[in-house]
Ligand binder design. Sequence first.
Ligand SMILES: *Cc1c(COP(=O)(O)O)cnc(C)c1O
Length: 235
Amino acid sequence: MLFSPDNLAHIRARIAAAEQRSGRAPGSVTLLPVSKTFSVDVLREAAAHGLRRLGENKTQEIKAKSEPLADCGISWVMIGHLQTNKAKEAARLADEIQSLDRIELALALQKRLEIENREMDALVQVKTSSEPSKFGMAPEAVAAFLREVTEQAPRLHIQGLMTLAVNDSDPEQVRACFRRLRQLRDELAPSAPAGVSLARLSMGMSGDFEMAIEEGSTEVRIGSLLFGGRDYSRA
Ligand SMILES: *Cc1c(COP(=O)(O)O)cnc(C)c1O
């Protein structure tokens, strides 16, 4: 067996416990399995266990996996930095993008979505730490961005915000990132443009998802804890 139902059950139990501990409604936090680097065989088993919405960070990888898994009914979610010249692939293959972080990308996706006659859900990726390596939009820029997207990229349906916390051994630094995203959402929600929802907050990964749930996450993106360690040499 390639896929571990035990890992899945264990993660679901930890999500449920974190929901309860932090006064969140049962079932209010969704699991987004992150399947990057994991094989088609593993994902076929995962799909058989009900995991049919998967996060990937490269369009090439979605492309390579979506054909052999075409019979599994998988919905692909783009969570990695997307170059504008990959918008065509993303618009064709993904049902959602969580790494929308600039207007050029929104416009490129809009154009390709028109050609494909498709629409996409989107989360705006926000930079909540000063780490130079993290992609995402500055928090101050998000309000104007929401207006621009509704006016110029109506095939993108904004549903919320996404962030990656700082990679820091101090848990309080990590927690501060989650708190910042939630505060930003609370600030922006009352005046969000018509058609924009900020209900979803995608934050928390294998190492920090319980803290993210305590701070208001509605969706945790979990790879290694679910599927095992990643082998980048084969990616
Ligand atoms: C890889 C990845 C994850 C999952 O990371 P794990 O630590 O394996 O759970 C979550 N979010 C993004 C954007 C990723 O690239």
